[in-house]
Design a protein around this ligand. Structure first.
Ligand code: OGA
Ligand code: MN
Length: 292
């Protein structure tokens, strides 16, 4: 029987597409090549109604490279689980440690920018959607770069920012969800403020909540500058929100897209699971976060 053709319907934000006509649990190799091309073009791919098991989710993510280890060594190392339901079945309550951790994701960021080699793709699967709120918003940092005038681009190009997960979790009052041992593996790192995507050659801003300061500049002033630049970058017409339904999987490219969770009332169930594809080290280098 012939497979239905893959269809990619662009989202009306200049990036992002809804992809149908594909079963992510049962993909031919050439289909995952075609999806990688779509991911490079659109930067965010929404796959409705996939209902992947954990194993299918991991297998699909591995098509795009080795996976990254999750941060919290006390929990599952293959997935980042974002859940409003605790392991004992109770719902998370406002101001609890888990609530503060979930809220830390409600500030614009790109996943693992605080690791020496940041991730390429994140693949977030919705097990249970909140009945109100709980969308995930995306911002196109390529379009943000393109919207800067040449003087502003020249000012930013070549600069580097310090990214620190400990600092950003402290801002969100949720540094206590990692142990001192976990923190020891996460010292601050430097990243370029402007990146060139290795597959497309497009340039983009690279910043978000983990970016503490511009290297070599006044800490306070450059922190404010980065926050203002991020606020400006993550604005219409460069953003869209995905409203989740159970079974959806969304894949985004952390190298050129920022995202944030939107609030939802505590007392609702919202269960999300994320697999993350590790960035490739430079020739001869090593990425200590690759999951073996
Ligand atoms: C993530 C994330 C936001 C959300 O999974 O990396 O930031 O909406 N999620 O759950
Ligand atoms: Mn995230």
């Amino acid at each position: 029987m012939a497979c239905p053709p893959i269809e990619a319907n662009p989202i009306n934000a200049g990036f992002g597409a809804v992809v149908t006509g594909v079963d992510l649990a049962d993909l031919a190799a050439q289909t995952s090549d075609a999806l990688l091309e779509l991911a490079h073009r659109y930067a965010v791919l929404v796959f409705p109604g996939q209902f992947l098991s954990d194993d299918e989710h991991l297998a699909f993510a591995r098509r795009f490279g080795p996976l990254e280890r999750a941060l919290n060594s006390r929990s599952d190392t293959r997935f980042s689980r974002l859940s409003s339901v605790r392991s004992n079945g109770d719902l998370v309550t406002a101001n609890s440690m888990v609530a503060r951790m979930l809220e830390s994701n409600m500030v614009w960021h790109t996943d693992s920018s605080f690791k020496p080699i940041p991730s390429t793709f994140s693949l977030l699967s919705c097990k249970e959607a909140a009945t109100s709120g709980g969308e995930t918003e995306f911002a196109d940092l390529r379009a943000a770069w393109d919207a800067l005038d040449p003087d502003q681009q020249a000012h930013l190009d070549g600069r580097r920012a310090v990214h620190s997960y400990r600092w950003s979790q402290e801002q969100a009052d949720s540094a206590d969800w990692l142990s001192e041992e976990d923190w020891a593996a996460l010292p601050p790192v430097e990243q370029p403020l402007v990146r060139t995507h290795p597959a497309t050659g497009r340039r983009n801003l690279y910043l978000g909540r983990h970016a503490v300061q511009v290297v070599g500049e006044d800490p306070e002033a450059s922190r404010r500058f980065l926050a203002e630049l991020c606020d400006w970058a993550c604005q219409p017409p460069r953003i869209f929100a995905h409203r989740w339904s159970a079974g959806d999987l969304v894949m985004w490219d952390n190298r050129c897209v920022a995202h944030r969770g939107r609030p939802f009332p505590y007392g609702q169930r919202r269960i999300m699971v994320r697999a993350t594809v590790a960035g490739a080290p430079p020739p001869g280098g090593d990425n200590p976060w690759v999951l073996d």
